[in-house]
Write a protein that binds this ligand. Structure first.
Ligand code: GAL
Length: 391
């Protein structure tokens, strides 16, 4: 830190006023004009169309839904899978919920089994978003519609809908949090600087690419003018992405950075894209002897219970709350649509180009949380109880 300003913990009244949960934006059911200004997240989508010609298993009563989730190693996916199962079963569907433990081949086999068992609809949160094209084609061939859950399914025309959050918006919220909490404009005017390191998401997850874009949309000017100093020089997505969102890799990187680059000067900001990374960073900081006196600003994503507790005890500064209950609600309406031929609510028909089709999407709104608004956002909404948080 160089002449650190005092505004570090003065957080961000902005976050307290942000909208909680899904929605907020206007609902579009038609594709806007071609020049509407939204950008495709991935390259090579020149032939993309605004409609996905995927199967519709219309007018079914009940039926079987296969829900393929990536891993139980992080709390959020356990909650996501549980929510989907509970809501679908309450609506009379039979649910086969499988977790692939971040193993691509295991997920392929699980989906093959769901197809063989004649599932009527598949809901998939991919381990590797581009590695399922063969099994997705098999599902399409068998007339089984697919809904992409939180992670876009890439390189396939077999996906009917996508339920997620505004993924670039998550990155923007992280960048804005850092900008406001550290008052980067004031630092710039005073000729001060902060050190920062980046821990970004998995290269096989489209969300991670968009999140990095959102973060850099806010922070790149401050890196360019020297208000933010990244001593490792690692700021691009390729240099900062962590395969399969591995907490262990984040910890190892942070340990290496602290030893190799921060022996004489503290790290001021750890800009991480996931609560799991924040846990790894926390362990590395503790190992390197950081205390409350020089603890950096540490961001995350998902507002996992452990992250919320860490926010309360000061070892994580902020996270991004993504209400998985609301996400599951939106996804369930998409299941209903493909099973019964109804119209799900869609609020984006331009952004999520998977290189083959632009997938009609419903994007929920992410909300930044820190000590100042945590209780209001996660407890008042019923996501956690006060007792869960030890309050
Ligand atoms: C991403 C998701 C994040 C986080 C991450 C690791 O796809 O957008 O919220 O959960 O996976 O699980």
């Amino acid at each position: 830190m160089k002449r650190k300003v005092l505004s570090t913990i003065l957080a961000v009244s902005m976050v307290a006023t942000m909208v909680v949960g899904c929605g907020g934006g206007s609902t579009q059911t038609e594709a806007p004009a071609a020049d509407a200004g939204t950008e495709a997240p991935a390259e090579g989508g020149d032939n993309a169309q605004a409609e996905a010609p995927a199967p519709v298993a219309a007018d079914k009563e009940g039926g079987k839904v296969g829900v393929a989730m990536p891993t139980q190693s992080s709390e959020r996916w356990i909650k996501d899978g549980g929510n989907m199962k509970e809501k679908l079963e309450a609506m009379g569907y039979e649910v086969d919920l499988q977790y692939a433990e971040d193993d691509v081949q295991m997920q392929v086999s699980q989906i093959e089994n769901m197809i063989a068992a004649e599932a009527d609809c598949l809901v998939i949160a991919a381990v590797d978003s581009g590695a399922l094209t063969t099994v997705e084609a098999q599902a399409k061939e068998a007339g089984i519609p697919i809904i992409a859950y939180d992670r876009l399914l890439m390189d396939t025309d077999a996906v009917s809908y996508y339920a997620s959050f505004d993924n670039e918006g998550v990155g923007t919220a992280i960048g804005e949090y850092i900008k406001t909490a550290k008052d980067l404009d004031a630092a710039k005017a005073a000729g001060e600087s902060y050190t920062i390191e980046f821990f970004m998401g998995s290269p096989d997850d489209n969300n991670a690419v968009l999140l990095h874009k959102g973060v850099m949309g806010v922070l790149q000017p401050y890196l360019d003018d020297g208000t933010l100093v990244c001593k490792t020089g690692r700021t691009s997505f390729d240099e900062t992405c962590i395969l399969r969102w591995s907490q262990e890799t984040a910890q190892q990187w942070c340990e290496n950075y602290l030893t190799g680059f921060y022996a004489d000067e503290d790290l001021d900001i750890a800009c991480t894209a996931f609560d799991g990374f924040a846990y790894g960073v926390k362990a590395a900081l503790q190992g390197a002897g950081y205390t409350a006196d020089n603890w950096p600003l540490v961001t995350g994503q998902d507002a996992e219970l452990m992250a919320c507790k860490n926010i309360l005890d000061g070892t994580q500064t902020a996270s991004i709350f993504k209400d998985t209950g609301l996400l599951a609600d939106k996804c369930v309406t998409m299941v209903e649509a493909v099973m019964k031929g109804s119209e799900p609510e869609i609020n984006d028909t331009t952004t999520y180009d998977n290189n083959v089709v632009v997938v009609p999407s419903y994007l929920c709104t992410p909300v930044a949380v820190d000590k100042t608004n945590l209780e209001e956002v996660v407890v008042d909404s019923g996501y956690y109880t006060a007792a869960d948080l030890g309050l």
